[in-house]
Design a protein around this ligand. Structure first.
Ligand code: SAH
Ligand code: SF4
Ligand code: F3S
Length: 486
């Protein structure tokens, strides 16, 4: 127990010292977990439930890495695990509601299994009103931490396993930070796929789009050092990874504010040089910062995938201004056209919000114009969700539900029309597919992805998973393909 108090209390001054401390905490957690497992006559189990974006998916791999290093084994069923952690999202209200639904079910289970440990982390915990609701309405939660202290999970795990440190209300171990300068490298990671991986290149966001809560819950933009990123990708390649997805809220501003650092296109070139990496993806690109240099690097690359996700949000210049997006309808169309001209075969996908305050039918017409002009290969369409504390939440003219529904349906129908047309353009061609999984419905088929991000299903077996193989695209099914391996 004395050892445990030592690691919990240690102060560290550098990221490297912090890593040493976290590793000690993992060892301490492991000795507690092993002892419990001995008493129970079985291994302790964990389940991680992830909400939200790729950033959260990557963070969850870190949570899993820590839990497995601490002696837990994975349990597929959330309701029967000994340790359940929710990595939360709060970008739209439905993400919050989904979490509350899960918590409700888990609360009922915990009544009969009081030893179960329930933890919450991620973006929602950083939002004051949501945090207060959890403290008030879900007192059975054991551990709450935020996005800035994810690296501190090993220490918090020891705390909750021993209940030595209890801050916050009742017996909940709760630590939320306002921000951090720390970037702690090399916390253990358990990847969801052996052959592909997300790689954080930056954290946070400085853009403050007026509807968006991400900058408030993820903090200011911070880039990782390029040498650290390259080292991580080299290690991934040595471990069998062939595809990396570089992650940031606005990858085009990578390196800004880091003394002597390289730009995003230069980073891509360095990743391109890594042996073993065959495909490079990235997300997300903000249109306002997308440079000609990036287009050049993509055009001349053999490894960077023929896909760019370029969130439009709205096609109306007036609404874009109110959204604080810093581009116009025409500017966006020109940019997308330039990308299509210079990189033949590239898929351009997007995000669109309908129902932003003040949006009218004319604004929606502008959005429809852009969808037609750009011919998006895919789009996520969202209904505007009011996020407390963002500038848009207090704007006048919030759009009525009935109107939003009409706007949303129009946008969705147009997106589906153009994207099915786009998908059909490559029917009959033979293209490389990275095989990702067995098909869920039909065990005779495998499922993989084209460079342009379309899914393809074709006859094959599990030995193909992780391999890149040529496939003839025989039948377009709208937003995916059926094919045959050549
Ligand atoms: N950083 C990325 C987006 C991250 S959030 C970018 O700027 O492109 C993912 C998407 O969620 C956004 O592109 C936007 O379309 C949507 N979104 C964000 N806040 C929203 C809100 N309040 N209501 C509805 N959709 C929202
Ligand atoms: Fe949100 Fe805008 Fe930042 Fe994207 S760029 S995370 S939409 S504030
Ligand atoms: Fe959600 Fe946070 Fe991502 S709010 S969309 S999980 S950055």
């Amino acid at each position: 127990m004395n050892d445990i108090k030592d690691v919990l209390g240690l102060q560290t001054n550098t990221d490297a010292e912090e890593l040493v401390r976290q590793k000690k905490c993992i060892e301490a957690a492991k000795s507690i977990v092993d002892e419990k497992a001995g008493d129970m006559g079985r291994k302790l189990t964990y389940h991680v439930t992830t909400f939200g974006c790729q950033m959260n998916a990557r963070d969850s791999e870190k949570l899993k890495g820590v839990l497995e290093s601490a002696g837990f084994i994975y349990e597929d069923d959330e309701l029967s695990a000994d340790f359940v952690i929710y990595n939360t999202c709060t970008v739209r209200d439905n993400a919050n509601q989904k979490l509350y639904g899960h918590l409700g079910s888990l609360g009922a289970v915990k009544k009969s299994r009081p030893d179960m440990i329930i933890a919450l982390c991620g973006c929602l915990t950083q939002e004051k009103s949501a945090y207060e609701k959890i403290m008030r309405s879900y007192p059975f939660v054991d551990l709450v931490f935020g996005t800035h202290n994810l690296f501190d999970f090993p220490r918090l795990l020891v705390s909750v396993l021993t209940r030595e440190v209890t801050k916050g209300k009742g017996h909940i171990v709760s630590e939320i930070w306002e921000g951090t300068d720390r970037i702690v490298e090399d916390i253990p990671v358990k990847r969801n796929y052996p052959f592909k991986s997300g790689v954080n290149i930056m954290f946070g966001c400085n853009n403050f789009c007026s509807y968006c809560i991400v900058p408030y819950v993820r903090g200011r933009e911070r880039s990782r050092g390029s040498d650290d990123i390259i080292k991580e990708i080299e290690a991934l390649a040595a471990d069998g990874v062939v595809e990396v997805m570089l992650l940031g809220q606005n990858v085009n501003s990578y390196g800004k504010g880091l003394e002597g650092e390289i730009s995003f296109p230069e980073l891509l070139k360095r990743v391109e040089d890594i042996d073993g990496i065959k495909r490079i993806r990235f997300m997300t690109s903000h249109p306002k910062d997308l440079s000609d240099e990036l287009i050049d690097v993509m055009a001349s690359s053999d490894k960077i995938c023929r896909h760019i996700h370029l969130p439009l949000q709205s096609g109306s210049t007036r609404i874009l201004k109110a959204m604080n997006r810093h581009y116009t309808k025409e500017g966006y169309i020109d940019l997308a056209q330039k990308i299509r001209d210079r990189i033949p075969g590239i898929a351009v996908t997007t995000d669109i919000i309908t129902g932003f305050p003040g949006e009218t039918e004319e604004d929606v017409n502008d959005t429809i114009d852009v969808i037609e002009a750009v011919r998006f290969d895919g789009a996520f369409t969202f209904i505007y969700s009011k996020r407390t504390g963002t500038p848009a939440a207090s704007m006048p003219d919030q759009v009525s539900e009935e109107k939003v529904k009409i706007f949303f349906d129009r946008v969705l129908a147009k997106v589906q029309e153009v994207s099915t047309r786009q998908a059909a353009l490559i029917e009959g061609q033979t293209m490389d597919v990275l095989v990702e999984d067995m098909n869920r419905q039909d065990q005779m088929l495998v499922t993989g992805r084209l460079s342009n991000n379309l899914n393809v299903h074709f006859p094959g077996d599990a030995s193909l998973i992780g391999k890149i193989v040529p496939v003839k695209l025989t039948e377009c099914k709208g937003f995916y393909y059926l094919g045959d391996m050549i």
